[in-house]
Design a protein around this ligand. Sequence first.
Ligand code: PLP
Length: 358
Amino acid sequence: MGAERRAWIEIDLKALEKNVRFLRSRLPAGCRLMAAVKAGAYGHGAPLIAGALQRLGVQAFCVATAEEGAALRKSGVRGEILVLGYTGRESLALAAENDLLLTAADLEHARLLNSAGLRLRVHLAVDTGMRRLGEPAEALDRLEAACRLENLRPEGIFTHLCTEDGDFCREQAGRFWRAVDALRRRGCAFEKAHLLSSSSLLRFPELGGDYARTGLALYGYGAPELKPVLSLKARVAAVKTLKKGEGAGYGLCFQAKRETRLAVLSIGYADGLPRQLSCGRGSVLLHGRAAPIAGLLCMDQTLVDVTDIPQVRPGDEAVLIGRSGALRQSAEDLARAAGTIPNEILSRLGSRPERTVL
Ligand SMILES: *Cc1c(COP(=O)(O)O)cnc(C)c1O
């Protein structure tokens, strides 16, 4: 491991392969994986992950923006790329040039897409209860009108499930499939209809569809069979000894209650670590032991208390996400300590930590 790196991300492609195999074993009949690689593949690195998934036979991807989709094409991703979010007029030419599938957020948005005169390929969003994007499932006339716009090719239709509650998911799925059936009877020939994401694929695969749009599960979260793909590590830059009663860091928020050894890690909140982990709410792993974060996290550096891990030296490797000896800390553990969810922790890991493949 390059001895001079300050903070880095290790990507375990074997774990990714294992997760793909497990998720494929859970797909309902006729359903394929659509890998969610938005937000830099949840911080893992979009070209790296999409390329690896393509080699594993994944042929459909989804992203949040046309710019993310275009970047994937540039890195050599073929197959379908669906933009899940709202696409504005200024990005439509880019979408057409890169053969992206665009989400039509509702009839008004479909009209805007149509007005570019670009023969855009679209998937219609249907709102079945989340109240985010989509025409309401009951608005059949408006959905049909969106399908019939002369410059759009309505190739697909989808909804997003928003709870882990089985009754509500089944209600949403019922609304969705009734709308799809009614629209198909009216002559809207969608090739693809989809509604599952990670959590619903793992819990309610019987809800069906042509794609399961999976993000978090691919990266190793949501079932014991899944393996985390990403580890986050940082270098110990220095080790300091404080006398009892001395303070450290901004505001001297850390106060040594005994003679204390602090390790200075080369990673901070600008690398994506939540500042909420400050003052002992979060820990890092060193030599197979947990070291609590001391005082306030800085933008580029973090102090940790290693008084009880006397072998820590400058140059050592600290694990923020991943394994150290017999201990493991997951993005879920960090998320819990910071009061958030692993998706947020992972997707905010910036571009500064270098990505390396194991
Ligand atoms: C992000 C996203 C997904 C993937 O969600 P996971 O829970 O990570 O599987 C699926 N569908 C839509 C519409 C999304 O925005």
